[in-house]
Design a protein around this ligand. Structure first.
Ligand code: IVH
Length: 795
C-alpha cells in the first residue's frame, strides 16, 4: 500500500476504499478472476468500517460496510413488480428415435418461431437454468434501492436487507452509461462448495444440515435477520432485465447480458449463442455432460430468441413468453413405494433411518435406498411403510425421500418409531440432549461401527488406502480379521487370500480358474502395498482418520498446524484445545474425551507401533504464545464477571493459579475486582473439579509453551515478547487493524496497563490507561511512532 505524500482527507480515503472493495467484488464475482486475497479484502472492509466509525458523517447507505442491516420486524413487506416476472414453458425428453423425436418440444419451439418470423435457423441466447430462487433488483441512478422475490410474478416480498448481504450483488453500478431506472432479474443460488461447507460445519457442530443448495438459497434469503443470511454464503447470476428507463438497451438479449456484466452483475460463464435446433441440442448436451462439474446446481438449460424485435413479435401465452423455452434435464425426482424403514449405524454410532424402496429409475440410476436423515425427519415427513414417496437424487448426493404422497397411503399404516436397540449389536440406542441423532451405545463392540470406522479410516482423504471397499471391509470384520484400524497393518498376503476365498464362498461367487487365482493374488498384493504405503501420512490426515466425533478435515488441520505433534494433541485438556481458532467447547471436549478413553489410546499406540509415520510433525506454533495465557484460560472458563479485562487484571497480580487461589477474595478486591466478580470467582475456585481443570490446563499450557522453539520466528519478529496496550482513537487506522499489525510483528496486545506492559499507544482522547502508563512509568508512543514502526517492517 503506497501512501501519496499529501495526506488524503477522510472523505477521499473512504471513497478510495469503497472503490477498491467494489473493484475486488467485480473481479471476484463477475470476472471470476480475483486480484487480491480474501484476507486483504477483509482488511479493506475493516479499514473502511473504522474510518466510517470515526467519521459517522461519511457513512452512506450504499457503503460496502452496510451490507448487514437491521432485521425485518414482523415479516417482509409486499413489492409489486414494475413489470411482471414471467415463467418459462418447459420441454422434456420424450420416447423416440433421433434428436427431432426425442426433443420434439424443442423442434416445435423452433418451428413456431421460424414460421411466425418467416426466417430459418434463428439465433438464441443459451443459458444454464439455475436451480435457485428468482429475484428482481431495482437500481435508481445506479444505486441498489430494492430487491424482491418473484412471489406470484406480480407481487413478491421485499428482501432488500438480505440481498444487500450478497456480495455478488453490486450496491452501486459500475461505469456511467446505465439507465436511470434498471430492474435486473436473476437467480439467487448457493454454490455447491458453500453448501458443502455449511453442512460440514453443521454436522461438526450438531446443527441441522441443509437438504440441498436450492433450499439453502431459499431458506437463507427468507431469514428475517439479515445477519443470518450474511453468514450463509449466497451467490447471484443475472439472466434478464425488467423495467428499464432512460437508456436504450442493445438490440439483443446476449448483448444485454454483456452490458449487465459491464455494469457489475455476474452472468453465468456458460451463457452463449446458438443457431437453430442443432445448435440448441448441441448446447443442451454439452451442458448436460458437464452438469456435475459445474460449481452450482442446474436443472436444465434455457433458450431465448436473441433479438428483441423477434421477441416482441412472438409475444406471450399466459405468463410464459413464446420466445423462450426451458429444456429440462431428466427429472431427479420420482415416486416409488417404501417397502421398509431400516436403521443404519454409522461410524460414530449415529443411527440413520433408511427407506428401502421398490426399485425406481431416477435420472438414469436405479435407486433402491434413500436416506431419511434422522428420526425427526421421519416424524416431520410422517413416512410410513407402504407409503408412496417422492425420492430425489442430485449429483452425487445420496438419494433422499423428499415427501409422502398423502392420498396414496394404504389403509392401516402406523407412524414409524425409532427402535430402542441397535439392529447390529443389540446395544441400547440413546439420544443426547440437543442432538438430532440417536446413537448406538455399543462403541467398537458394534460391528457396524467398526466397519464404518474402517471405511472412514481407509478413505481417500484420511489414510488413503486404495482398494479397501465396502464388501471387503464387511468380510474383514465379519470373519474377525480386523477389530480396530490398527489390525489392518498386521494383515499378510495369506490373510487376504484366505479371506477372499471365504467371502466368495459365502456370497456363492467362487471362481475356480487358474486365471482367477492369479487375479486374486495380484489384488491381494496391491492391497498389501497400499496398506504399507499408507503408513507415511500427515498428522492432519491421521487425526481425521481416527474418526473423532465432530472432527472433520478442517478441525484436524487446525489441530495439526497449531500443536504440531500428535503427542500435544492427545495430551491437551479441553481448556487448552478450545483456545485454538474455530474449536468450540463441544469440539474440544470431544477431542479430550476421545484420547482419554483407554481403547482409543491403545488403538493410536498400536498404529504408531505398526509403523504409521506422521512425516510432518513439528514444534508447536510460535503463534500459540499470543493465544495462550493464564488470562485467556481464566477468561474462557466462563465465570460471570471475569472477562478479558478482569482476567488480565487478576493475572497481573496473581500470575499462577496457585497464587490466585491461595490469595482469596479480599486480595482480589484490593487488586481492583468488583465484589460480585470476586464472589463468582471464589465460588468457581472452591468447586473441586473446576480448580483441578484450571490447574491441569495451566500445567499443560506451560508444557506446550516451553516446547515452542526459542529461536526461529522469535528472532524474526521485532516485537516478540512485548506487550502493548492501545488507547484512544487513532486517526489513520482502526484499533483492530493496529492490533492485528502489532500481533503480526509478534507483540501481544492487552486490554489493560500493568507493570508488564512494554508500551502504550495513545491516540486522540486517551484516558485512564494513559494515566496509568505514566504512573507506572510505561513507555508511551504516539500514533506517528506506531506508523513508522509499521512502515519500517512493511505491515
Ligand atoms: S428467464 C422470461 N433465465 O426459471 C423468462 N429463468 O420458469 C423469465 N431460471 O423463475 C425467466 N435460470 O427462477 C430465466 N437463465 C435463466 C434461468 C431462469 C433459472 C428460473 C427462474 C424463473 C424460472 C422460470
Amino acid at each position: 500500500m503506497s501512501k501519496p505524500s499529501a495526506p488524503l482527507s477522510s472523505a477521499q480515503l473512504v471513497e478510495d476504499l469503497r472503490k477498491r472493495i467494489e473493484h475486488a467484488n467485480y473481479r471476484y464475482h463477475v470476472l471470476d478472476d480475483p486480484e487480491i486475497a480474501d484476507a486483504d479484502y477483509d482488511r479493506l472492509l475493516r479499514d473502511l468500517e473504522a474510518l466510517e466509525a470515526d467519521n459517522p458523517e461519511l457513512a452512506t447507505p450504499d457503503s460496502p460496510t452496510r451490507r448487514v442491516g437491521a432485521r425485518a420486524i414482523g415479516g417482509f413487506a409486499e413489492v409489486r413488480h414494475a413489470l411482471p416476472m414471467l415463467s418459462l414453458s418447459n420441454a422434456f425428453e420424450q420416447e423416440g428415435d433421433g434428436d427431432r423425436e426425442r426433443y420434439r418440444d424443442v423442434a416445435e419451439f423452433e418451428r413456431r418461431i421460424e414460421q411466425t418470423l418467416g426466417r430459418s435457423h434463428p439465433e438464441f441466447s443459451v443459458e444454464p437454468k439455475l436451480d435457485g430462487l428468482a429475484i428482481s433488483l431495482r437500481y435508481e441512478n445506479g444505486q441498489f434501492v430494492q430487491g424482491a422475490t418473484r412471489g406470484d410474478g406480480e407481487t413478491g416480498e421485499d428482501v432488500t436487507a438480505n440481498l444487500r448481504t450478497v456480495r455478488a450483488i453490486p450496491l452501486r453500478l459500475r461505469g456511467s452509461d446505465w439507465p436511470r431506472v434498471l430492474e435486473v432479474r436473476g437467480e439467487i443460488i448457493m454454490l455447491r462448495k458453500d453448501f458443502e461447507a455449511f453442512n460440514a460445519y453443521a454436522r461438526e457442530h450438531g446443527e441441522k444440515p441443509l437438504a440441498n443448495p436450492r433450499n439453502g438459497a431459499a431458506g437463507s434469503l427468507r431469514q428475517l435477520d439479515p445477519a443470518i443470511t450474511a453468514k450463509r454464503k449466497l451467490s447471484f447470476f443475472a439472466y434478464s432485465v425488467g423495467m428499464v428507463e432512460g437508456v436504450e438497451l442493445p438490440a439483443s438479449h446476449s448483448k444485454t447480458l454483456q452490458k449487465l456484466r459491464d455494469w457489475g452483475f455476474p452472468v453465468s460463464p456458460e451463457v452463449g449463442v446458438a443457431k437453430g435446433f442443432d445448435g440448441l441440442i448441441a448446447y443442451f448436451q454439452r451442458i448436460g455432460a458437464k452438469r456435475d462439474q459445474l460449481p452450482y446446481d442446474i436443472d436444465g438449460v434455457v433458450y431465448k430468441l436473441d433479438d428483441y424485435v423477434g421477441q416482441r413479435e412472438m409475444g406471450f401465452v399466459a405468463r410464459a413468453p413464446r420466445w423462450a423455452l426451458a429444456h429440462k434435464f431428466p427429472a431427479q425426482e420420482q415416486s416409488t413405494i417404501v417397502e421398509a424403514i431400516e436403521i443404519q449405524i454409522g461410524r460414530t454410532g449415529a443411527a440413520t433411518p433408511v427407506a428401502r424402496l421398490a426399485p425406481v429409475q431416477v435420472a438414469g440410476v436405479t435407486v433402491t435406498n434413500a436416506t431419511l436423515h434422522n428420526a425427526d425427519q421421519v416424524a416431520r415427513l410422517d413416512v410410513r411403510v407402504g407409503d408412496t414417496v417422492i425420492v430425489r437424487r442430485a449429483g452425487d448426493v445420496i438419494p433422499e425421500v423428499v415427501r409422502v404422497v398423502p392420498d396414496q397411503r394404504p389403509p392401516k399404516t402406523h407412524p414409524w418409531k425409532m427402535p430402542t436397540h441397535c439392529p447390529v449389536c443389540g446395544s441400547a440406542l440413546v439420544r443426547e440432549e440437543g442432538e438430532a441423532a440417536w446413537r448406538c451405545s455399543g462403541g467398537l463392540v458394534c460391528a457396524a461401527q467398526r466397519k464404518e470406522a474402517l471405511i472412514h479410516f481407509a478413505s481417500r482423504r484420511a489414510m488413503d488406502i486404495e482398494g479397501i471397499g465396502e464388501r471387503f471391509v464387511d468380510a474383514l470384520v465379519d470373519f474377525g480379521y480386523v477389530h480396530t484400524p490398527a489390525d489392518l497393518y498386521s494383515l499378510t498376503l495369506d490373510h487376504f487370500l484366505e479371506m477372499k476365498q471365504r467371502a466368495d464362498e459365502r456370497d456363492g461367487t467362487t471362481p475356480e480358474t487358474v486365471k482367477a487365482g492369479k487375479i486374486a493374488t495380484k489384488w491381494a498384493e496391491n492391497l498389501v502395498d497400499a496398506i504399507e504405503a499408507s503408513k507415511k501420512t500427515t498428522l492432519a490426515r491421521f487425526l481425521y482418520a481416527l474418526g473423532i466425533v465432530h472432527i472433520g478435515e478442517s478441525t484436524a488441520k487446525t489441530l495439526a498446524s497449531w500443536l504440531g505433534r500428535l503427542e500435544w494433541v492427545r495430551s491437551m485438556p479441553a481448556a487448552i484445545l478450545r483456545e485454538l481458532p474455530d474449536i468450540g467447547a463441544e469440539v474440544a471436549k470431544s477431542i479430550e474425551a476421545f484420547f482419554k478413553q483407554r481403547g482409543n489410546r491403545e488403538v493410536v499406540d498400536a498404529l504408531l507401533k505398526a509403523g504409521v509415520m506422521l512425516g510432518d510433525e513439528s514444534d508447536p506454533s510460535p503463534r500459540l504464545s499470543q493465544k495462550l495465557s493464564l488470562a485467556a484460560l481464566l477468561q474462557d472458563a466462563g465465570i460471570n464477571g471475569i472477562g478479558l479485562r478482569n482476567a488480565e487484571l487478576l493475572t497481573s497480580h496473581f500470575p499462577t493459579i496457585e497464587k490466585l487461589h491461595s490469595s482469596g477474595a479480599t486480595h482480589w478486591i484490593t487488586a481492583g475486582l468488583s465484589s460480585n466478580a470476586a464472589a463468582n470467582l471464589d465460588e468457581y475456585l472452591t468447586t473441586r473439579h473446576h480448580l483441578d481443570a484450571l490447574r491441569e490446563a495451566e500445567v499443560a499450557m506451560h508444557r506446550l509453551l516451553e516446547a515452542i522453539p526459542k529461536h526461529a520466528e522469535v528472532e524474526a519478529l521485532p516485537l516478540t515478547g512485548q506487550t502493548a496496550v492501545l488507547t484512544g482513537t487513532l486517526s489513520s487506522m482502526g484499533r483492530d487493524e493496529a492490533k492485528e499489525k502489532l500481533e503480526a510483528l509478534g507483540a501481544k496486545v492487552a486490554g489493560s496497563v500493568s507493570k508488564k506492559t512494554h508500551f502504550v499507544v495513545a491516540g486522540e482522547a486517551a484516558g485512564s490507561k494513559l494515566d496509568k502508563a505514566q504512573e507506572l512509568g510505561v513507555d508511551v508512543w504516539d500514533e506517528e511512532r506506531l506508523i513508522n514502526l509499521f512502515k519500517q517492517h512493511g505491515v
